[in-house]
Write a protein that binds this ligand. Structure first.
Ligand code: HEC
Length: 145
């Protein structure tokens, strides 16, 4: 084979290789993007299902009925506060101190994982900066009851 011929072949092979790589990359990127769009934050979904009816989907609450969750003291304070609130509902609030007419039910029947996801969602949304809550945190708070 002539030297120039071999070089041409190499270039052609390289071209095909790069093409295949580009296609693979495009496929991968669109796959990842589709995955991202399809994934709903499970904490958000659980919040909307269990809490949204009272605290509203945007966390704005209803005056005198239930508090807004914006810059909520429990959502931003010690993790135990928000976990106990979700576990026990209004029973976690010292009797006679509530400013709200509605009663919050307890959600003890949810799993540690579900409560952790909801608590994390509340603590990292609605301008709250409380941060993440783990299932271990919830398990520890359950034992304190
Ligand atoms: C039936 C209505 C209702 C539902 C459902 C409900 N809440 Fe509440 N929530 C209340 C009321 C009322 C209060 C005020 C409690 C009190 O003062 O007695 C409250 C208080 C809170 C607080 C304390 C706010 C603060 O910092 O002082 C948090 C946090 C909270 N709820 C989160 C949740 C989450 C998370 C869920 C879903 C798992 C939920 N709530 C479901 C009615 C409700």
């Amino acid at each position: 084979m002539k030297e120039s011929n071999r070089n041409q072949k190499t270039v052609a092979c390289l071209g095909i290789g790069m093409g295949a790589f580009a296609i693979a990359l495009t496929t991968l990127t669109s796959y990842v993007r589709a995955e991202g769009e399809a994934t709903v934050d499970p904490g958000k979904a659980l919040y909307e299902e269990n809490c949204g009816v009272c605290h509203q989907l945007d966390g704005s609450g209803v005056p005198f009925m239930q508090p807004e969750l914006y810059t909520s003291p429990r959502a931003n304070g010690d993790k135990g506060g928000v976990i106990q609130m979700i576990l026990k509902g209004s029973k976690a609030v010292e009797p006679g101190t509530s400013e709200f007419e509605n009663e919050m039910p307890g959600f003890e029947y949810l799993t540690d994982e579900q409560i952790a996801l909801i608590a994390t969602y509340v603590r990292t949304n609605f301008e709250n900066t409380g941060g993440e809550v783990t299932s271990e945190d919830v398990a520890r708070e359950r034992k304190r009851n």
